[in-house]
Each structure stands twice: as C-alpha cells, then as structure tokens.
Design a protein around this ligand. Structure first.
Ligand code: IDP
Length: 166
C-alpha cells in the first residue's frame, strides 16, 4: 500500500469561530478553548487577535439591530480583545456549533453541560464563543475578519491531503 496525494477539498468545510472578549480576558480559558479546537480535529487555517471598534461590532451584528440585547451585545463585543479563527474540518459549521452549545448560557448548563458555553459562559450576551451558522454566513464572516482570504482558492488549491491508496 502506498500513500497517494488526493485532493480532499470537497469533504472539508470552513467556518468562522470567535473567542469573545469574556473568554480572551482569562488566559487559562483562552488556552482551554484553543486546545479544544485542536482536540476536535479542526485545522486552524487562520488566526487573528484583534479589538473591534464599536462600528465593527454594529456592522457584524446588524441583523440583531432593534432587539433588546443589541446595544449590550455591540458594547460587549467592542469592549476588549477577541480572537478569530478560520477553522476547517468535515462538517466544521455544525461541529463547532455543537461544541459551543446553545446561545443562552442557562439553557446550555441545563441541557448540555459539557459544552463551551455551559462551562465558561457568563451571561446570555457574554457567552464565550461565536460560530457561523451556515455556509453562506461562514463565507460572509470569514470575509469580514480576513478580507484577504479567498475561501474558494483555499478549498480548491491549498488543501490536498494524503490517503491510503494503491
Ligand atoms: P448564536 O451566537 O448562538 O448564533 P444569535 O442568536 O446569532 O446566537 O445571537 C448573537 C449573539 O447575541 C449571541 O451569541 C449572544 O451574545 C447575543 N444574544 C443572543 N440572544 C440573546 C439574549 O436573549 N440575551 C442577551 N444576549 C443575547
């Protein structure tokens, strides 16, 4: 048996994950979340530490404008450093969202105590992580954080893999 190089791009999916300011403020939590990413077989395609201006926060969460938590959310997300990742693996979007758990921390603690939000979330707003919820939002959110990154190019050109073959 030899190893042949085949393109496996079709089975990989990209998602945008954020470690929010409440978690980045605690180095041990940040490290635990980074380890969780690695333990769950994600490829870290890109990583960036940054601080949002309020206008970035407003733009990213524009779909929630008018909801009761919008101002709180916008303020929180621009309150300190965060970390953004482009992550790749099979079913990356669903898998990361399963690891995060439900949006609301009390519900996460009740229904899925082993999830990230259940373990580290502080409130429904300060809930530790973000993850894209569809391929379309992943593409939009990746472009928001990493405008120089081409999803299409990466999927087509940069992710060959090794598989057992003849
Ligand atoms: P998601 O982050 O689980 O995809 P969304 O409904 O898209 O959930 O909400 C975006 C963010 O807005 C949440 O992660 C959380 O920080 C905040 N948020 C959502 N719902 C509430 C709420 O009922 N109270 C306070 N903050 C909320």
């Amino acid at each position: 048996m030899i190893l042949t190089r085949v393109r496996c791009a079709r089975v990989l999916q990209l998602t945008l994950a954020i470690i929010k300011p409440d978690a980045v403020a605690h180095p041990l939590i940040l490290e635990a979340l980074h380890q969780k990413i690695l333990e769950n077989s994600f490829i870290i395609v890109r990583r960036k530490d940054l601080i949002w201006r309020r206008s970035d926060s407003e733009r990213f969460y524009a779909e929630h404008k008018g909801r009761f938590f919008y101002q709180r959310l916008v303020e929180f997300m621009s309150s300190g450093p965060m970390r953004a990742y482009i992550l790749a693996r099979e079913d990356a979007i669903t898998h990361w969202r399963e690891l995060m758990g439900p949006t609301k921390v009390y519900r996460a603690r009740y229904t899925s105590p082993r999830t990230i939000r259940a373990q580290y979330g502080l409130t429904d707003t300060r809930n530790t992580t973000h993850g894209s919820d569809s391929p379309e939002s992943a593409e939009r959110e990746i472009a928001f954080f990493f405008p120089e990154f081409s999803v299409q190019h990466w999927l087509e050109m940069e992710e060959p893999c090794f598989r057992a073959g003849h």
